[in-house]
Design a binder for this molecule. Structure first.
Ligand SMILES: Nc1nc2c(ncn2[C@@H]2O[C@H](COP(=O)(O)OP(=O)(O)O)[C@@H](O)[C@H]2O)c(=O)[nH]1
Ligand SMILES: [Mg+2]
Length: 353
């Protein structure tokens, strides 16, 4: 590797780490001091010859690497994860910021969007803390499948929250679906077995306090009753450590992927990057809107890189630069291009939650 970034508490500590990890001949090519308590990051080149390679012929320029690092910092990404991503960026044989960050994200994360058709798919069980967007996500998944011509069975196990069944049924009935209610694991098995073979089965569940063993045990009973695929539904924008701990708290339910909601309400994705990495889940889809129709987007390394970088760095030449982020936003907030925003949604949220 020609470039390496190292994070440390002080510049002296960073220099020592560079010498220790890369040898006495390593050259510091860039330093970045974080305000507050986040310490310093140095970028070093270990190959003396590197200095003589013209900037344009290097895989990635120091300035581009710095810019990507600053963007990740602006998103509140934990320093160790930023370092990991930057070292992967430096190892990509691509000069373009967007392409090299995409490559690093591809190497760091798994991306597994949820299916539209039930053929060959396990029933999808949406799990997570209360208010995370599970019921909305169930309706969004159902709507996506119905719109693309697939059949859906919608089930809820949430007989705990007041009007939870009505909430899902309000969405489902407008899609022409009747919501099945499974108050206990046996009823869930029965409803799944009653579904047509090709149906995409979407199961909404009660909100589970991640730190309540009693709540978690109840969820485990439902998730363990029959082969389902638990998907952790989390809202973006939490504190980094909180997000990591919440994601890890669901490990016993064996989720495979994370569906991130509320992207329209945040400017920083660092906590999500950290929670997905720490929990080892794959990214599935993201929700950039409360709307049910068209309220879900599959996410991949390329679109995630676009969300993380400032717009001018991430937009390929042939794409419109229109963004809904305020122009003075320091963070890319990319979030969405205008064409992604769904308006006049007939299935706007009912507010019954
Ligand atoms: N802005 C926005 N609101 C959302 C999103 N997903 C869900 N919501 C809203 O968040 C609230 C809680 O959602 P709900 O699906 O009931 O959460 P649950 O308790 O996990 O089932 C509702 O008012 C939803 O309309 C999203 O992606 N963006
Ligand atoms: Mg709900």
């Amino acid at each position: 590797m020609r470039l390496k970034t190292i994070h440390a508490r002080t510049m002296q500590e960073a220099m020592e780490l560079v010498r220790e990890q890369m040898g006495a001949e390593a050259i510091i090519v860039a330093t970045h001091e974080d305000e507050g308590t986040r310490g310093v990051r140095v970028t070093a080149a270990s190959d003396m010859e590197d200095r003589h390679i013209p900037e344009t012929e290097r895989a990635i320029s120091f300035e581009t690497l710095q810019m990507i690092g600053n963007s990740l910092d602006d998103h509140g990404t934990p320093p160790q994860l930023t370092d990991k991503l930057l070292n992967s960026v430096a190892a990509q044989a691509k000069a373009d910021a967007h392409m090299s960050l995409s490559g690093a994200l591809q190497d760091t994360y798994n991306f597994m969007p949820l299916p539209e058709s039930g053929v060959g798919a396990r029933p999808i069980m949406l799990i997570g803390p209360p208010g995370g967007g599970k019921t909305s996500a169930a309706a969004k998944l159902a709507a996506r499948s119905v719109v693309s011509g697939h059949s859906v069975t919608l089930i809820t196990t949430d007989t705990v929250r007041a009007r939870a069944v009505e909430q899902l049924d309000a969405y489902g009935s407008r899609l022409g679906l009747s919501t099945k209610v499974a108050p206990d694991p046996l009823a869930l098995i029965e409803e799944i077995e009653n579904a047509e073979a090709d149906d995409l089965i979407v199961i909404d569940t009660m909100g589970v306090n991640p730190y309540s063993q009693e709540d978690m045990d109840k969820l485990i009973e439902f998730a363990g009753a029959i082969a389902v695929e638990p998907i952790l539904v989390l809202t973006a924008g939490r504190d980094v450590i909180e997000a990591i701990e919440i994601a890890k708290a669901y490990e016993d339910v064996n989720p495979s992927r994370m569906l991130v909601t509320g992207l329209d309400m945040v400017r920083r994705l660092g906590s999500i990057l950290a929670a997905v990495e720490a929990s080892g889940l794959a990214f599935s889809d993201v929700s950039p809107s409360p709307n049910i129709v068209n309220g879900l987007r599959p996410v991949n390394a390329v679109s995630l890189a676009r969300l993380l970088l400032p717009s001018e760095a991430s937009i390929p030449n042939n794409t419109s630069s229109s963004q809904i982020a305020p122009e003075n936003s320091e963070v890319s907030k990319t979030s969405l291009r205008e064409e992604d925003v769904v308006e006049n949604d007939e299935l706007a949220p009912t507010g019954s939650n």
